[in-house]
Design a protein around this ligand. Structure first.
Ligand code: CTP
Length: 378
């Protein structure tokens, strides 16, 4: 709620009876600047059970319990929040949080499927420590991540749900190839562009799997995150996820080479002249996938970083990899790696060229999904 109010949004809080056991109405009132509305029978002359939903630009239910999802899915209106959900015609975002068993129960999964089929955005919960001693899927995603999705929904109220019913896979970050237990060959990729793509795809209705190599950012809300370290681990994870994917966007910076052997023990500086490091080639995951296409009509997108002759090098790389689209970044001058902005050229095998001017990585993500959605079979 703080993130919304600090960004200038007018927030009305509708706590359920259970929510008030955790945070009291005066706290919500003080933080939102409006009385917390809890009761269908209070201020009846204002018809709050209808007015709140009708006037909202976005409804966010965070945390959404198993019970709330069940009541929303069956269309109950037994308290002010569920009445508001029935009258809202704006986007509705649910951020579920509950114990793993409750989340995985077929009843909850059926309720989530119902809500999604009706157009609601239901995030997958994050994986991690729960309220008890246990951990697993069921954690509330980080507030900043919920807010990022909500802001996207608000910004683009008419956001196309053109990825609804689609499974998309995004690789993010950079692989690390071990030399010994403490050292590796790696790169500076932060994972920001990949995570921006994942967020944008969630907001457009997709089921999203992110294969993250050494990313130190909060998990993108609503996406399934598979963690890998090396290029070989990434290849296995991509193969598994791509088997059911409609589109695969390979943003991760994958090491082209790895040390031929990784020492099981820490390498010591025993001699004045260090031993040379022998390298062997890693598989080209993108080229393999584009070649094998586990599903007909699957759209495969690669990224390329070029310092010079961007278009010619990009075209050659697109052909060599066999992808449908290549997003070419011009690097240098501190662009791309670790920054929040990005500019790129999207090259298509159909000969298309689209320049996306310097802007946020979120904007580039949207341009990429526009291009992917246009290529997905109907
Ligand atoms: N990629 C991959 N597997 C590799 C190397 C790269 O899947 N072993 C993917 C990246 O995820 C990205 C694209 O290929 O989508 C990047 O290609 P790039 O590294 O720029 O091209 P290279 O083939 O490595 O060519 P060069 O380094 O010579 O420019």
């Amino acid at each position: 709620m703080r993130l919304f109010t600090e960004s200038g949004y007018d927030v009305r809080v509708v706590p359920t009876a259970s929510a008030l056991r955790f945070v009291g109405a005066p706290t919500w009132a003080a933080l939102s600047g409006h009385p917390a509305q809890t009761d269908v029978w209070a201020d009846v002359h204002e018809v709050p059970h209808v007015r709140l939903g009708q006037s909202a630009d976005l409804v966010v239910v965070a945390p959404a319990t198993a019970d709330l999802l069940a009541r929303a899915a069956t269309g109950r209106a037994d308290d002010l929040l569920t009445a508001t959900l029935l009258t809202a015609r704006c986007p509705v975002l649910y951020a579920p949080a509950m114990h793993t068993e409750m989340w995985e129960h077929p009843a909850t999964q059926a309720n989530v499927a119902t809500l999604r089929a009706r157009g609601a955005v239901v995030l997958d919960p994050a994986v991690g420590r729960l309220t008890g001693a246990d951990s697993g899927p069921g954690r509330l995603p980080e507030p900043s991540e919920i807010f990022a999705i909500a802001a996207t929904l608000l910004d683009r109220a008419a956001l196309p749900q053109d990825l609804a019913g689609r499974h998309v896979v995004v690789t993010a970050g950079g692989t690390r190839e071990p030399l010994d237990p403490v050292r590796f060959l790696g790169n500076r990729s932060s994972g920001r562009q990949g995570y921006a793509l994942a967020r944008a795809a969630v907001a457009r209705g997709a089921e999203v799997t992110v294969i993250a190599a050494n990313v130190a950012l909060p998990d993108p809300a609503g996406a399934k995150v598979v963690r890998v370290g090396t290029a070989l681990e990434m290849r296995d994870a991509v193969r598994e996820a791509a088997a059911t994917a409609d589109a695969v966007v390979m943003v991760a910076a994958v090491a082209d080479f790895r040390p031929a052997t990784a020492s099981a023990t820490k390498i010591k500086k025993t001699s004045a002249d260090p031993d040379p490091v022998e390298l062997v080639r890693n598989p080209d995951i993108l080229a393999e996938l584009a070649h094998d296409r586990p599903r007909p009509g699957q759209v495969v997108v690669g990224f390329a970083a070029e310092t010079d002759d961007v278009l010619a090098n990009g075209r050659a790389k697109l052909a060599a990899k066999g992808a449908d689209l290549l997003v070419v970044n011009e690097v240098g001058e501190a662009r791309a790696f670790g920054t929040t902005d990005n500019a790129a050229t999207l090259l298509g095998t159909d000969g298309s060229v689209l320049d996306v001017p310097l802007g946020s990585k979120d904007r580039l993500a949207d341009a990429i999904w526009d291009a992917v959605a246009a290529r997905l079979p109907g």
